[in-house]
Design a protein around this ligand. Structure first.
Ligand code: FAD
Length: 294
């Protein structure tokens, strides 16, 4: 099923993200976690893609399993940075042959070793180049793109970031998923601005439940997200007690999602990252809301 069909239903929905194993020895544990999360019958599940391409085969396999074995719509991520047109075309063909219907088209982070390279001869400098290539292929994917309520770290400012986001949507993005954020007002402000600029595709809100203190630093490092004082206080108070921190992090994420639903954001993607217990706890907290008309 194409994700746009799900968004059209206008029901409160939760979806979950998994990441593929880097090596074959942990494949079974990732498969098991994926299966457990699929049992929650989320609206869809996404599978990330290693920017260096190391886990690409697993992304494909896991996304295929989610759809065919567990009956849950799947979204396979695909990154293009440091790839040639030929390898990307081959990936697109593989996805199509595997029956994948939904693809998240991303640039990926530029590896440290390539930061100073001359980029003028790169096939793919931005996600928009990948979207354009998918569009001219004969694969009829529903295409997602990434967006950044707090501005992508490489952008000079939000105006510029939204300008290029619009180009991505005009090139063929059917929906957008946001980077994680911990203050919903940042999203509401962003949504207002992108709608003003003529971006009207569905926007799925990305929520990361922080369930241990170490994750906080990593999340800020990866996303540059602003941590509201309310959240910092929770981490200061419970960060040293893993069980309490997990419960508090799940409660914070649940609270964020309820506020999003109440303010008209019907589709929430949870970065629960191969943790079925966290996904299940959030789903249970929202069991009388998810699936109802928004
Ligand atoms: P782009 O859309 O190319 O944007 C990157 C920067 O370039 C922005 O500053 C943008 O404003 C600017 N820009 C865009 N187009 C142009 C243009 N034509 N000219 C000049 N500037 C331009 N990474 C992974 O490796 N694997 C994953 O599976 C993965 N999944 C993700 C899922 C989500 C929902 C999000 C939010 C991020 C994900 N990432 C993933 C991280 C992502 O790859 C990085 O944030 C990356 O730095 C940017 O990717 P993008 O697709 O947003 O890039």
């Amino acid at each position: 099923m194409k994700l746009t069909e799900i968004f059209k239903q206008n029901k409160y929905s939760l979806s979950f993200e998994v990441f593929p194993p880097k090596t074959s020895d942990v494949y079974d544990s990732v498969k098991h976690a994926t299966e457990e999360i699929a049992r929650l019958s989320p609206a869809f599940m996404s599978v990330t893609y290693g920017a260096g391409g190391g886990t690409s085969q697993y992304t494909l396999e896991i996304a295929k399993n989610i759809k065919t074995e567990y009956g849950v719509p799947s979204l396979a991520h695909l990154t293009c940075v440091s790839s040639t047109r030929e390898t990307v075309r081959a990936r697109i063909d593989d996805f199509k042959a595997a029956g994948i219907e939904n693809v998240m088209a991303l640039r990926g982070d530029i590896p440290q070793s390539m930061q100073n390279d001359d980029r003028s001869n790169w096939h793919y400098r931005h996600a928009v180049d990948l979207i354009a290539d998918i569009k001219v292929s004969d694969a009829d994917f529903c295409i997602g793109g990434a967006c950044y309520p707090e501005v992508h770290p490489e952008s000079a400012n939000q105006k510029e970031d939204i300008y290029y986001l619009k180009a991505k949507v005009d090139a063929g993005c059917d929906f957008l998923t946001t980077q994680m954020f911990f203050d919903n007002n940042l999203l509401y402000n962003f949504l207002y601005k992108i709608r003003q600029e003529g971006i009207h595709v569905p926007v799925v809100a990305g929520i990361m439940p922080i369930t241990n203190a170490k994750q906080v630093e990593r999340a800020i490092h990866l996303s540059g997200s602003f941590m509201p004082q309310r959240f910092k206080t929770i981490v200061d108070k419970f960060g040293g007690d893993p069980v309490a921190m997990k419960q508090a992090g799940i409660a914070y994420a649940t609270d964020q999602i309820i506020d999003l639903f109440a303010n008209g954001v019907a589709n929430v993607h949870v970065y629960s990252m191969n943790k079925p217990d966290v996904a299940a706890a959030i789903q249970a907290n929202l069991s009388d809301i998810v699936g109802k008309n928004a």
